[in-house]
Write a protein that binds this ligand. Structure first.
Ligand SMILES: [Zn+2]
Ligand SMILES: [Zn+2]
Length: 496
């Protein structure tokens, strides 16, 4: 009898555990939500912290370099300066390499693109917090940040993004999500679209995108760093950042005077002498070993610099396994981006692109007169807009390159958006620097994500194709604003 009871009890226990198991499985499946607050996954730009032995409590920050690594590199840095002061080019070169390697070497990856040292971003934890508890119309409050190792290929990071999106869907109970990406994050999202398509993604906002590269980085990877006779460009750059139109800016007046006297060019040419004689050494012994195998950085090399950069970095070592990943991004994502985004749109996913312009780029490359957000070329961000040289405007007889029945030339006559891949869905922000998430700009993005109808540059009168921020508000760009390029550059620098 006792035996029978215990068997019965055991049966009951087993059955009840089954029902518990069924119930909990059902709970997971039942948890779906069709509310209007679709979750947003944010893929940020370059710059996640990289740590040596990240699992240890006393881990060391490799990027950004810790104060103690900077102090350790200080003696070599001071000796490099001493080399300049005593006109000793070799001392400068040697010490610059040693200082650079003390700061950068631990970031390096091997020929397979894997970190050489035990380095990674913070051990990654998926978010457990569901925004549904918060009442908000601010889409930024209900966005989930995806973190990734910026050294790795956008394709590898796209796999991580895929898993992350699946987790967010499960967490929130939503079957669809929206994507917002900034700077390098755009390379990851572009790679994701190439690998997985856009199913389950309702809207994407590409902000200050690096998906087509950065000419400054392309120049550097082509061993072209040239600051000689760049005094005028330096002034233009400074004016862009500071605002020439105000006419009172001390720095641009000062630089202007130094320029007229020829002093700036003398100084730049003096420094260029060191750059010319030591650049090969610094490049070969510091930049190449530190950055050559970083597929994430390679995604910043624009198409027109790519083949030469591969030749310079890999030379005879053209079967290095990492090259396959680097080439895959270039051949199948970067060069085919317009097609990928067109397919994305055709499959029903809304897409907008936001790019800054009217800021001079850092005057170290051979093409310093391009419109940029001070870092990335406006032409690349917009996938092909036609830009006047910065500081100049289109000639009076210039006509829009592609006639689609709308005007796509900015009132300041700097940008012809009609040659961009998506002229109806690309916005241009005069003087908006690469990292500026101004409130008015955030509000604009908020409107996009909440808008029920598909938003184009024609949808809202208050959000035309070309805008700038005045007194904290977005206003349409007006005529004759082209002189602010240098002013804007200085403003960008000061805002860091
Ligand atoms: Zn919901
Ligand atoms: Zn049009």
């Amino acid at each position: 009898m006792k035996k029978l009871i215990s068997i019965l009890l055991a049966l009951i226990l087993i059955l009840s555990s089954f029902t518990i198991a069924f119930a909990s499985e059902e709970d997971v499946e039942i948890k779906t939500c069709d509310c209007e607050n679709i979750p947003i996954v944010y893929v940020p730009g370059f710059g996640a912290g990289i740590y040596l032995d990240p699992e240890n409590d006393d881990r060391k920050a490799v990027y950004p370099p810790s104060a103690s690594s900077i102090i350790k590199a200080l003696p070599e840095a001071l000796l490099a300066v001493f080399g300049v002061l005593t006109n000793n080019e070799n001392l400068f070169g040697k010490m610059a390499v040693r200082a650079g390697n003390k700061l950068l070497a631990e970031l390096a990856c091997d020929e397979n693109g894997n970190p050489i040292y035990n380095t990674s971003i913070d051990p990654f934890e998926y978010p457990e917090f569901d925004y549904h508890q918060i009442e908000t119309d601010n889409v930024f409050v209900r966005s989930f940040d995806f973190e990734y190792d910026w050294r790795l290929s956008p394709l590898d990071n796209a796999h991580g993004l895929k898993d992350y999106i699946e987790h967010i869907k499960e967490l929130t109970g939503h079957e669809t999500i929206m994507l917002m990406c900034h700077s390098q994050g755009n390379t990851v999202v572009a790679a994701y679209l190439e690998l997985y398509g856009s199913e389950g993604i309702e809207k994407i906002a590409f902000l200050s995108p690096a998906y087509q590269g950065i000419s400054i980085l392309g120049s550097l990877f082509n061993k072209e760093a040239d600051i000689s006779d760049k005094a005028d460009q330096l002034l233009l750059f400074l004016k862009t950042v500071m605002g020439e139109s105000k006419g009172t800016d001390v720095v641009s007046i000062l630089v202007g005077m130094l320029n007229k006297s020829g002093l700036t060019d003398s100084l730049l040419n003096f420094l260029q002498k060191y750059l010319t004689s030591q650049f090969d050494l610094v490049f070969d012994e510091c930049l190449k070993p530190s950055f050559g195998n970083l597929a994430g950085i390679w995604s910043f090399v624009p198409d027109e610099y790519f083949d030469n950069a591969v030749e310079i970095m890999f030379g005879e070592n053209s079967d290095a396994p990492i090259l396959e990943k680097i080439r895959y991004y270039h051949d199948n994502v970067q060069v085919k981006l317009a097609d990928i985004l067109q397919e994305t749109r055709d499959s029903g996913t809304q897409v907008i692109i936001c790019a800054g312009y009217n800021i001079s780029t850092i005057p170290v490359s051979l093409t310093p007169t391009v419109h940029s957000d001070f870092l990335i070329d406006t032409e690349y961000m917009s996938i092909g807009a036609t830009c006047a040289p910065i500081g100049e405007t289109f000639a009076n007889d210039y006509v829009q390159a592609v006639d689609c029945g709308h005007n796509h030339i900015s009132a300041d006559r700097c940008i012809d958006a009609s040659t961009g891949a998506f002229p109806e869905y690309t916005w241009y922000f005069s003087g908006l620097n690469h990292n500026d998430m101004a409130d008015a700009y955030a509000s604009f993005l908020n409107v996009y994500f909440l808008s029920e109808e598909e938003m184009s540059v024609h949808t809202y009168e208050e959000y035309p194709q070309f805008m700038k921020i005045v007194d904290g508000n977005l206003v349409p760009v007006e005529e004759n604003e082209e002189s602010e390029g240098i002013l804007n550059f200085f403003k960008s620098i000061l805002s860091f």
